[in-house]
Design a binder for this molecule. Structure first.
Ligand SMILES: [Mg+2]
Length: 396
């Protein structure tokens, strides 16, 4: 079998009202889907490449101009060979960053092809451990008009849907190292006391037995993270995600040692070499790369195995289209040290409507992996057409 063609599908779902985390503003949601075609009876694979922090056009260009010429003609079963070929041919100008995001999308699509060609679901190809995983509701963003009362109501609504774990944002503060001062709408911010009031209110509402995760999106300095983390420990918060800057490995390790709650991260990190430092230096308790960002399924398999050897959970970051959601679900169902599946609850048709058979949680808060070949994805072409950016040069 040979790879014959690569196609990018840049998609944008506009928001009526922006949402914010500790640093960033999102006025829309975007996703770069990747289709890889073969010479075998039109078997093709679908993947997704992360494009956070830049226009879709940038990643699309890397895929079309840099990666596609290097993989056309290769056998899609040779995922390790293709991965290494792309990585080392681009090594001099991209040992990380956008090329790895682009490669991630290709790699996910290759696993989809292999599964389809072998008539086997990807989670079984990768090992097969379980057929369902616990999901957590990922929401609780900052938004104009959303105060303590509203965010508490929002979190409560997720519990009513069946979720037994929920995540909310913290960290949109003018603390010393938060780069918010150079970001859009920096005047929209909160004091750490206001953050704490929100978390306390949510904790009172959810009661015992429900896991509360908080996510600071790398915004805090170590001191703030320790002070806030001690409050969270007192409140019984389950986990803090990306508490300090991704490059502050020493700070993350000191924080993880100082607190009872788990430290998770870092979605903003890539490649097994970098996760090896986070894992072996105990900067994190929960290993949280993004499949579409950190190097695809092939690289995340290495990261998950390393996490396993250090007795750490692997719980992928997953905050984009249903293609990434499905890929993350398969991956989690294939490993013995899998954590919870991130289940974004913000409105997004690219997640809710783009699959002919969307994913949903059962009454106990679990998601079942489909028993279809490959990733089991069939795109709803009407929705793809509706949100397809035809001229990416003019986006934004
Ligand atoms: Mg996060």
């Amino acid at each position: 079998m040979k790879i014959t063609r690569v196609e990018c599908l840049p998609l944008i779902y506009p928001y009526e009202k922006p949402i914010y985390d500790a640093i960033f503003k999102a006025s829309h949601r975007q996703a770069l889907l990747v289709k890889v075609y073969t010479d075998n009876n039109n078997v093709y694979g679908v993947g997704e490449a992360a494009s956070f922090g830049g226009p879709l056009e940038s990643t699309k260009t890397v895929i079309e101009k840099e990666i596609a010429p290097r993989i056309i003609g290769e056998d899609p079963f040779n995922v390790e060979r293709i991965w290494k070929k792309v990585y080392y041919n681009s090594f001099q100008h991209a040992r990380g960053g956008i090329v790895i995001c682009a490669l991630s999308g290709i790699d996910i699509a290759l696993w989809d092809i292999i599964g389809k060609a072998l008539n086997t679901p990807v989670y079984k190809l990768l090992g097969g451990y379980t057929d369902k995983v616990r999901a957590y509701a990922s929401g609780g963003f900052y938004s104009q008009g959303k105060g303590t009362k509203e965010i508490t109501e929002e979190i409560k609504s997720y519990l009513e849907q069946g979720f037994t774990a929920v995540k909310m944002k913290v960290g949109r503060n003018l603390t010393s190292l938060n780069p918010i001062d150079v970001m859009p709408d920096s005047e929209y911010n909160f004091t750490v006391e206001e953050d704490l009031e929100r978390v306390e209110s949510v904790c009172r509402e959810i009661g015992p037995g429900i896991r509360l995760l908080v996510d600071a999106n790398t915004a805090w300095d170590l001191h703030t993270a320790i002070v806030m983390g001690r409050h969270f420990d007192r409140l019984g918060v389950y986990l803090i995600e990306e508490p300090v800057c991704t490059d502050n490995m020493d700070g993350s390790a000191r924080l993880a040692a100082a607190l009872d709650l788990k430290v998770a991260g870092y979605e903003t990190e890539q490649l097994v070499f970098n996760f090896a430092r986070l894992i072996t230096n105990h900067c994190i308790d929960v290993v949280q790369p993004d499949l579409s960002w950190a190097g695809g399924i092939t690289e995340c398999r290495k990261i998950a195995n390393l996490a396993y050897t250090y007795h750490k959970e692997f719980a992928p970051h997953c905050f984009s289209s249903a293609v990434l959601l499905m890929s993350s679900l398969h991956f989690l169902c294939a490993i013995p040290n899998g954590g919870m599946l991130e289940f974004d609850r913000n409105p997004n048709d690219l997640r809710e409507k783009i699959l002919k058979e969307p994913l949903f949680i059962d009454k106990d808060g679990f998601v079942k992996v489909p028993d279809r070949p490959g990733l089991g994805i069939e795109l709803n072409e009407d929705i793809v057409d509706k949100y397809l950016v035809k001229d990416t040069e003019n986006e934004e």
